[in-house]
Design a protein around this ligand. Sequence first.
Ligand SMILES: *Cc1c(COP(=O)(O)O)cnc(C)c1O
Length: 429
Amino acid sequence: MAASPTTTLTFEVLDSADPEIAELIRREYRRQSHTLELIPSENLASAAILEALGTLLTNKYAEGYPGRRYYGGCEVMDQIETLAQERARRLFGAAYVNVQPHAGSQANAAVYAAICKPGDRVMGMDLSAGGHLTHGSPANFSGKLYEIHSYLVDRETELIDYDALQRQAEEVRPKMLMVGYSAYPRRIDFARMRQIADSVEAVMVTDMAHFAGLVAGDAYPTPIPDSHVVTSTTQKTLRGAWGGLILAADEERWRKPLDSAVFPGTQGGPLMHAIAAKAVCFGEALKPEFKDYAGSVVENARAMAARLMERGLRLTTGGTDNHLMLVDLRPLGLKGRQVQDAADRVGITLNSNAIPYDEASKFNPSGIRLGSPSVTTRGMGVGEMAEIGDCVADLLEALAGDRGEAELDAIRERTLTLTNRFPLPYALS
Ligand SMILES: *Cc1c(COP(=O)(O)O)cnc(C)c1O
């Protein structure tokens, strides 16, 4: 069933105040309307979240925490932040929460600062194995400030090899074990990770930026009880506006170091408009419908993966059990960039991505990463996922066979049919 837009977003002032920016936003609205968004870290925030975000709360400085601010006039800010905290605690079953990190990277920066001194040893998943920049990439603060020992996945199965990880942890004896990913299509055994961390007295931090919405909707195991600290974003599967989040099961141990690592350690004033939007996001995720959404995201990813494999494509690890998948382009003789650019032309947004043990350059890797969160928010189901899988497979076959424009035009028609049947959850007048 196609959902029809129920809300119309309007520009009462912007059109005349700043027509240039207003027009660019309209252009982006048209792009989002008419493309299949398959980047697994993207989603569609609700109109309610957008409204909370675009408010005069951005006028207020509220450095500090509820009841302990450095500025006057924070009564309402205290209520907004407290509400966001309470909802996040309830949603994830965590005793400690900090809703102030501006984004996922800032949440991670604060957690490193709370747990490690510069130069301390940290283990995190290598970027090429599916880890995130903030898990120790040399180009990132994490790789510059700390002594990073990256772990890989098994070369054959492309899965995390917990025995190998255990041995590496015994050798390295890290201060912190970073768990979590941006491009790993499977579940993680959090209890096993905790055993490994405990055996070398490391602090286990799980970064659930990608899968927080699946955890909130009971479609993926929760890392909260097994991890010492958990970080997240709100804009990915959790379907909020852009933002970061830190959680911990043990309030007593973690409140002081984590609160002070966020403010004044790594940030100034909190983005109160963004915190209000987080509160709305957590409120939405607490509703029973969100469980249906999270379940559909996983079911849809599985259906898309199944069709891609039926069409002869190789998916890393042989499939998915979360919201994302990686296609290995090497058997087709293609490279990621070329596919990403051609996909843009046929109305499919995806990103080129390294696959495990990729020998190609980071700028033009051998894989593409696809996901279901955004198209699921539009109301698409397993039937549409099969059609999307066919569009992607047809595109890859056309590119591999060096076949011409007519073929790409035909795919564009099919993606347009889908986006027209399943519009964004809002119109823009
Ligand atoms: C997306 C992501 C982040 C960073 O989030 P930003 O909001 O872009 O800073 C951190 N960790 C992981 C694992 C991610 O996937």
